[in-house]
Design a protein around this ligand. Structure first.
Ligand SMILES: [Zn+2]
Length: 336
């Protein structure tokens, strides 16, 4: 029986788990609803259950990796708070999982570990410096600098969604104003569409919405845009412009070879990325754009699980090869 690593992608809607061989072959998968509204204990119970489920696959468990919403401490594996997981405050998830399953557990920010996956196995392969951005309900990301995941002083690095691109712009969930998340996320796109339709602009968006107009999401705006709806196209153009502004800052600061764009909203492709690219070309110093490209993510929904697997595998390797490091069975060390 070969060695195996369990990976967990802890989301506000679903808990996904998978068992991987050491070489990254998926041995088993499981998806359970998070049912986050039930609170901490029941959600933890479902995480245990998802891991137990995939352990029925063959393999000797050697480590557990988790991608979780933050902010969190990636060294100790403590989740400080999670807006989509009520009751999750200062939860030492790595320690809880290590005790339950008797193997080291490692917890990383979900977008950070997805960046790791895209860098090692996806659209960033072969480059030492890339930035991954996920555009969905919110906007998150991860920065790989010189081949390593950038964690920052407290482990919060890579919160690319909170780059301010419009001073005095709309209120953001972080407490600030005019963050790119408040202007280009799925939530922002839906809110802007609703505002403009209610202001009397004509659009085919309402015919794509099954329920009340207020329930519209970026998906319906995308459907209308693809059918040529002018308002919907304009909304994506504006969102893409703001996304591009955030890219301009990222490119000048980190000088990446690739910005890799993933997440549900990014599935609209050109609608969002063309205006972003145009903005980047217009506002970025020439030298930075030689051999630079904005590209779609390659791993899709698998990035989170693969990233959690890579986090566990690489952390395990770095902690066992350096016994004097601060990593212990309870502490997560991402020293890649
Ligand atoms: Zn913000």
């Amino acid at each position: 029986m070969g060695k195996a690593i369990a990976a967990v992608d802890l989301g506000g809607t679903n808990i996904r788990a998978a068992l991987y061989s050491e070489s990254g072959e998926a041995l088993a998968q499981c998806v359970l609803p998070t049912l986050a509204h039930e609170g901490l204990e029941p959600t933890l119970g479902r995480i245990f259950k998802a891991i137990e489920e995939v352990l029925k696959g063959s393999g000797e468990l050697v480590a557990i990796g988790v991608g979780a919403p933050g902010p969190l401490d990636p060294w100790k594996g403590v989740i400080f708070s999670a807006p989509n997981l009520p009751g999750w405050e200062n939860v030492p998830l790595a320690e809880i999982l290590a005790e339950r399953f008797g193997v080291p557990a490692f917890v990383g920010n979900d977008a950070n570990v997805a960046a790791l996956a895209e860098h090692r196995l996806g659209a960033g392969r072969g480059f030492s410096d890339i930035i991954y951005i996920t555009v969905s309900t919110g906007i998150g990301g991860g920065i790989i600098a010189d081949g390593k995941l950038l964690l920052g002083a407290k482990g919060f690095a890579g919160e690319v969604g909170h780059i301010v691109v419009k001073p005095d712009g709309p209120q953001c969930g972080c407490g600030g104003k005019g963050c790119v998340e408040a202007l280009a996320s799925g939530t922002a796109i839906a809110r802007e569409a609703l505002r403009r339709i209610k202001a009397g602009e004509s659009s085919s968006i309402p015919k794509f919405v099954a329920g009340p107009l207020e329930s519209l999401t970026a998906k319906e705006v995308a459907m209308a845009a693809m059918e040529g709806d002018a308002l919907a196209q304009d909304i994506f153009k504006e969102a893409g412009y703001y996304l591009g502004l955030s890219f301009v800052s990222l490119i000048h600061i980190f000088n990446p070879s690739r910005i890799i764009v993933g997440g549900g909203v990014a599935k609209v492709g050109r609608l969002l990325l063309e205006p972003a690219e145009e903005t980047v070309k217009r506002l970025t110093m020439r030298e930075f754009l030689e051999e630079f490209k904005i590209v779609p993510a390659a791993l899709g929904d698998e990035a989170g699980l693969l990233g959690a697997y890579l986090l566990a595998k690489e952390s395990l390797y770095s902690s066992s090869s350096n016994s004097s490091s601060k990593a212990s069975i309870h502490s997560s060390s991402i020293g890649l």
